[in-house]
Design a protein around this ligand. Structure first.
Ligand code: GTP
Ligand code: MG
Length: 548
């Protein structure tokens, strides 16, 4: 199982990988002692993160790779961990080397909290269809192993990831440097009832390619050998057999597979991922870049490519400009025909239309190719549904082909929920970890039902929305007003706002209730059981209950 490790710079990715290898007994004998001694000699503190560099430089010798790929195994299975050294590498690797990854671990520094790249990476995982994600809240030692702090980050990221289509499988509080909750439960965080990282990894499901996937065999080159013409390439999807009737796209010429050529083997079948050569029954003229499919299960074909693009270059993408798209083995000369929506993945703020896409922005847009090209929707066949964008000699962006044209503002609460109404779920009772835990559970339960929910707690409100306020009566009133306004806006955007605030004054609660439309404000005690609360959550969208 391939696992990408993502997260903001310095949040502890490499330290985590080093510690995981150690705690699972995966390190060569004596390696750790050797590195500790070396650090001592240099007079520098030992860093777990250096373990990775040391292992890598030994193994790779002269080969330069820009992603550290580390192998280790548990009783359940073998893993390949991909720890990208920096932001840019990470992005490139997600689309190329690491693109086979089906799972990810997102690390967040408990002291620093959720940062731009934590959000950006989360958004990209969503974009690339990586749905199995566990969040590791690291450096818990720096916050005194505080449950409160953990719950706050959990709630914030659950909301964020939910918005980009990811429901995390687990949230694990860890201290990578000290091995807390990595392979064994931490004595410092007895309040954590969830899995260790190792349990979370072993809990991921193995994603096997679905049977009967359509055959996609992009032609890489054409060889002449012993008077035969051999078409070579990699089977990107499905299975190719001798006797198959093939159609080559976009030319739509057809022929039959006469033989499959492979070093040292004479076989009648080639599986997904294999690089092979084929000869054809009836000779047809086929060029590099064509995609062979079985007759009857064609790819899409045309000059209009609707895509979701992540822009890497400093120079913005511009409407009307020409770029080269590299899709499987094909290269297509394309013009930017339209920019529908531009989204900042660090904030999810979306702008409709526009003429440029800046660095690190995501755009939903349309390319127009000079000549017809064959491709698939990324959701259907990933390897023929993604492409890189090239300007001159530089890779300037990454893209995936959209399934079909949908209305604008597809990312984000409003788009995801359509016309569904939100609501305000007011949790009464004493503040503390129990209340935050109840809020997180409700949020999860709502996410499972496809609803976006957002948690407002005292600390979050005090840190941002109301950071300028004092405990004076006038400011208390102002705090209530602001919280009410935010809840109102979230409700209107289709989000369920779970308020886990310490507002004891009845009058204050009532003032907020009045700000929210009738029937969309529900009060619950955190001591009530979950299903009871959800039962109350009947906000009655079009007669349908939210929760049931
Ligand atoms: P980049 O590769 O540069 O993006 O950083 P990274 O995410 O790999 O972080 P790295 O593992 O290099 O750790 C950054 C710093 O955080 C190092 O000094 C680590 O020792 C420190 N660190 C990592 N985990 C912990 C932890 O659990 N507790 C404490 N106190 N420090 C930690
Ligand atoms: Mg690192």
């Amino acid at each position: 199982m391939k696992v990408v490790i993502v997260g903001h710079v310095d949040h502890g990715k490499s330290t985590f990988v080093g510690r995981l290898l150690h705690d699972t007994g995966s390190l060569p004998d004596g390696k750790l002692e050797q590195l500790k001694k070396a650090a001592e000699r240099r007079g520098t503190p030992f860093e777990w993160a250096n373990l990775m560099d040391a292992l890598q430089s030994e193994r790779d010798q002269n080969i330069t790779i820009d992603t550290a790929q580390i192998w280790f195994r548990t009783e359940r299975r073998q893993y390949v961990l991909i720890d990208a050294p920096g932001h840019k590498e990470f992005l490139k690797n997600l689309m190329t080397g690491a693109s086979g990854a089906t799972t990810a671990l997102l690390l967040v520094d408990a002291a620093e909290g959720v940062r731009d790249d934590s959000r950006r990476h989360g958004c990209l995982l969503g974009l690339l269809g990586i749905r199995q994600v566990a969040v590791l809240v690291n450096k818990m030692d720096l916050v005194g192993y505080d449950e409160h702090r953990f719950r706050r980050i959990e709630a914030e990221l659950r909301t964020w990831l939910g918005t980009v289509g990811i429901t995390p499988c687990a949230f694990v509080p860890i201290a990578a440097r000290h091995g807390d909750n990595i392979a064994t439960p931490s004595p410092h965080m007895r309040w954590h009832e969830g899995p260790t990282v190792l349990d979370a990894l072993d809990g991921f499901e193995t994603v096997r390619p679905a049977p009967n996937r359509p055959l996609r065999f992009p032609i890489q080159d054409l060889y002449r050998f012993d008077g035969r013409r051999i078409l070579v390439g990699r089977v990107e999807s499905g299975t190719l057999r001798v006797g198959d009737r093939l159609e080559f796209w976009p030319s739509r010429k057809t022929s039959t597979v006469r033989s499959i050529e492979r070093w040292g083997a004479d076989t009648a079948e080639a599986a997904e991922g294999e690089s092979i050569g084929i000869t054809l029954g009836e000779p047809v003229f086929v060029e590099r870049g064509a995609i062979a499919a079985r007759v009857g299960s064609p790819p899409r074909e045309g000059t209009c490519i609707e895509a979701r693009v992540f822009w890497l270059a400093r120079r913005p993408l511009a409407a009307g400009k020409r770029y080269k798209l590299k899709l499987a083995t094909a290269e297509a000369d394309c013009e930017v025909e339209a920019i529908d929506t531009v989204i900042d993945p660090a904030t999810l703020v979306a702008a409709i239309g526009g003429t440029v896409v800046r660095q690190h922005e995501i755009a939903e847009m349309v390319f127009r190719a000079r000549k017809p090209i064959a491709f698939d929707a990324f959701d259907e066949v990933a390897s023929t549904g993604r492409f890189v964008i090239v300007d001159g000699c530089d890779v300037v962006g990454l893209g995936i082909v959209q399934a079909a044209r949908r209305p604008a503002a597809r990312i984000g609460a409003v788009g995801r929920n359509g016309h569904a109404r939100g609501g305000v779920l007011w949790l009464t009772g004493a503040p503390g970890p129990d209340k935050l835990k109840a809020a997180a559970e409700l949020q999860r339960a709502l996410a499972d039902r496809g609803r976006s929910a957002c948690v407002l707690d005292d600390e979050t409100v005090a840190a941002g929305l109301c950071s300028d306020l004092t405990p004076s009566p006038a400011d208390r009133k102002e705090r209530v007003r602001r919280v009410g306004e935010v809840a109102k806006l979230l409700e209107a955007a289709g989000v369920v706002c779970i308020a886990a605030l310490s507002i004891s004054d009845r009058g204050e609660t009532e003032r907020i209730r009045r700000l929210v439309p009738d029937g969309r404000f529900v009060e619950a005690r955190e001591t009530q059981n979950l299903s009871q609360i959800l039962e109350q959550l009947r906000f009655g969208d079009d007669g349908k209950a939210v929760a049931s």
